[in-house]
Structure formats: structure tokens, C-alpha cells
Design a protein around this ligand. Sequence first.
Ligand SMILES: [Zn+2]
Length: 648
Amino acid sequence: MQDNKGNTQESVKEVNGNVKETTRDVGNKKPQHNNNKNNNNQNRSKNNNNQNRNKGGGRGRRRQSTPVDENLKKFVAINAEAHKQRLNPHYKLDLNSRDKIRITPLGGLGEIGGNITVFETQNEAILVDVGMSFPDEDMHGVDILVPDFSYIREIKDKIKAVVITHSHEDHIGAMPYLFKEMQFPIYASPLPLAMIGNKFDEHHIKEARRHFNPIEKRKIYKIGNDFEVEWMHMTHSILDSSSLAITTGAGTVIHTGDFKIDHTPIDGYTADLHRLAYYGDKGVLCLLSDSTNSYNPLPTPSELSVAPALDRVFAKAEGRVILSTFSSNIHRVLQAIQYGVKYGRKVAVIGRSMERNIEIAMQYDYIKLPKNIFVEPEQIAHMSDKEVLIVTTGSQGEPSSALFRMSIGEHRHVKIKPTDLIVLSSRAIPGNEGSISGMLNHLQRAGATISREQNIHVSGHASIEEQKLMLRLVNPKFFLPIHGEYNHVMRHKETGMMCGVPERNIYIMNDGDTVEIAPKYMRKVKSVRTGKTYIDNQNNHKIDDDIVIDRQKLASDGIVMIVAQVDGQHTKMLSKPLVTTFGLVADKQDKYFAKEIEDVLEHFLINIKEGLIENQRALENDLRQVVRKHIYRKMKKYPLIVPHVFVQ
Ligand SMILES: [Zn+2]
């Protein structure tokens, strides 16, 4: 078949369900089909041209020109105008409004995680999400990162509420750290509130639960004087997610939250495309949309699509099945449990976050499972292997997780057996590949089989086609791609331009950029302070920046300790200095290195500045500088240098 550009397309017909027959129609060589109207029209107008050119020449086929129905032509123009009105959001905005809204991401851009965004009018503000992120490998002893709250402190009195889209850690994980310092009303659907409540309890700030305002989706909530917020149901890899419609005097801003468009979600609650379309039709000032999968050209499959793979796994498994996934992906866990039960297994849930999330989902009726399918971990040993399904944490190879401890034989209730089948129903979060691979090595060394089933995991984020659908439904005048590293956001910008948003109406934000938007313009107005606070999860306390820097130096360049006794009057050493190093020089070179430092010290004392000998702190500081220079010159290293000088 030929399209109206004259390209050739292939049509594939399925015959008897399995034999495929390919027909290729090349329009120009075959007789025209009746339904190939575009071609007929094109050819006809070509003929007309020929006819005109050949007037009097006597050659070519003569044809009567088709009369033009002026009324039809008028309606083409009318419809073109209707399309313009429908498609150009500019005409739907209140262009006389003098109001503007300012949007400042304090985390979540140029990174994956730590999502937190400030929406501000002249007098009021709301925060959307308060998430945490994970540290880089060189942040030794740091468990999580929490956004820098400096700007929130600055505008504290303007803030009317915290508004939550969904309950992933990168959207709610920093809530207890914020609420230990300052508290605001929290608006969210029930699951995020239940999860936040759990965090408040863990952090001993139970009383912060009094700030909860559970919302009903599709209802508009007035927050402060300036904000109206509606939560619209969204599909994602955690249930009870929402997009937000945030309306101020400047117009409506749609914040997608994290989303994919799942037409067959496990709970049947599809994305509320109708409300998005409603706002799109009414006129949307700006769209902030999830960029995570902006490179993926194939539509993100439905959560339901993992069912056949799960079914195959359980149908074949002979021994125990140990399945690990993100504990927040309740629908994945639910599907795994359902297939386990289908094949006669009982379920042991192992791992703190997994136990807690399943408990919350059942307590609040998000999922319904009979109690008698669950067994305690200590019962596993007395059951036949074919009756056991273990659902557990550790799909990222985290050393503290249950699966990792099983893999190294340190789990109290589960010792890996050669008949075990391990199923990882998750993808590797970038940066975790090494730890996952390490854990798989341990598991295989213990004899277990790893399931390599394809299609046992699907993403929770929209791919290009769904991003397009979102852009077309919402039809915003301005577009801010969010939630992703720089290259993800840039790719999403291209998709936005393909979907009719002019390049000048798209802004690539960095953390801390304040973008001001009014119906007539969008511009960056300032930058505010952003950054990360390091947290030690063992005690939920902050780790100061200098500690982390010291640890990095220790890890990469080692430490040198110098103890010296000095005669204050003659600025001479009283004895050989004591030099100890770790992680800098090999043991067998210790002596040689100590001699070098002794020479440096001697030289330092000869050339010492007047009066320095009386000031121990300044003396040690100067010595540190001299030793640092020496070590850098010889070894190109910057170890920690700890001098102790006793002046007598
Ligand atoms: Zn999410």
C-alpha cells in the first residue's frame, strides 16, 4: 500500500494463525485502488497541470476540471481555525492575568532521586514531594542523601503545605528529616500518608501525623489563599500514585509525578486520562513531566505483562522459589504470591521493608490475600521445598538485605540449597550492577539456579510514546521536563518539540534554578542554594561534610601521623620524630619515609618564623603545609596529615 508521500509500505497478513504472507503493493505500478483517494487526487491534479501546459498542443488526455464547492472550501478554513483554537494553548490562557508562579527544584534534576520542588506565588508556597537519594560509592559510611533545606528555611513562613505525588523513597524519604526541623500540613492520598506515618514513627516523631490531610482524587483542594490542587490518579510501579493539577492566578500547572500509562493495571485503576484531557482542553500554563525513560522508543509494558513469565517460573520450579523485587512494588509482589499459591506454595515474607509494605497494603485494603497462605520464616525448615515461596528484599544486592545475607550463608532462617531457584524481578538501578553481580556469584557458588526469564520485570516510567500522549493530552503552553539526569531531560525536550511545544517555551532546569512563569512568558529569575546532607542510617543522624571529606582522603590517600618533641629555646628536635603512616607507604619503606619526614622537620625548624614556636596551633598548621608539599612533590598524594609537636 502506498501512503500519500508515495512511500511503499508492507502489509503483513496472518494466515491460519501462524503462516505469514507478505504482500507488497507498489502504487505506481499497480492499478489504483478505489480507497487510495490521496493518490487519485494527486494524479488528477498532475493531469490537470499537464492539460493546461499542453493546451493547443493536441497531446495528453483532456479532462474537465472539477468544480470547486466554495461552501466546502469555507468549511476547510473554518475547521483549520477550530484546530488552531484547539491546539494552541496560548488562546486558552488568561492573557490579561498579571499573576505569575515560580518553580524551583531543590533536587531531582541532574540526578535520579531526591525529588523536591517549590511552587511559589508572591505570598505563599507549597512543596511538592520531599525525597531522598542514594550516595555515590566514594561517600564512605553515608547511607542516604537528603536535600539541603536552606531555601525552605528561608521561605518557611510562606509555605502552606507539603503535597505528595506518590510513596517512593525518592519522593517521601526525606520527610522525617524535614519534619524534625519544621512542620507543615501534608496533603496526599492514603498510601503515601501511611508510608510517611511509618517513617515518622521510626524517627520518634509520631506527633507529626497530626499534619496529615488525606485527599480524595478528582476533588479540588484549596491550600492557602493562592493554591488549588487536584490529585489525578496515575499508574506507576507503586500503587496509589497521582499527577497534580496546581492552579494559581497565573493558570494551571500539571505535574505528572512519576508515571507510565498502564491500560491494564493490576487493581483496574487506570490513569485518569480524562482529567488530564479536561485540563488540557481548558488550557494549561505549564507541564512538568517525568523524563526517566525518555530514550525508550517502545511503549512501557503493562504490569500485567509479567504474569506469563511468573507463571512459567512457578510451573517449572522443582525446589524452593526465592523471589526478590523492590518491596514498594506491591502489585509485583501480589502477582508473585498469586502464582506461587496457584502452584501450591505457601509464602514466607522476609526483609523488614517487604514485611512492612505488604502489611500496610493489606491493612488498608489495597490488596486482599487470605492470612493462611503465609508462613513464618522459621517454619520453612519443616516444609517440603516445593511448598515454599520466599518473597524477599535485596534485588539490588544491598549488603544488609535478606537475600544478600542468604547468599553468604548468614541468614538465620534460610540457607541456600542447590535446588533453590532465585528470581530477581527487578532491574539494576544504575550504580548497583557490581553489587548485584557479586551477590549472584555468591548465590551460584552456593549451588542455586538464577532465573534468567525475560519479561519478568517492567519499568514504571513512561517511554517516548507515553510522554507524547501526556504532552498531547495536557497540551501545555510551557514545558519543563523533570525527573532525570541531564541527558534524559534533554531527550524529553526533543519529544516536547515534536509534540508542538516551541523550543523557546521549554526550559531545562537545574537544581536550584527558579523559573518564573506567567501566561505571556517563562524565564529563569534566580538560583537558590541546593546540595545534599549526608545521613547515617544506623542512627538517622547527619554526617558533617568534613567527616565525609576526611573519609575520602583516608580511603584514597591514607594518613600520616607525626609526633615530635622540640626544644623551644633552640628550635631543635629533642629526639627523632615518631612517624606513623597508613595507606600511604609500604611497611618496608616505613623507615626510609620516617627519615625523610625527619629531614623535612629539621629544615622546617631551622627556617621557622619568629614567634611561631610559642603558638602550637599555628606551628602544627605550618608543619602540616610543609609536609603536604613534600609528600605531594614525591608521591602526588594528599594524605591526611596529623602533626603533634610538644615544645619544651
Ligand atoms: Zn516513583
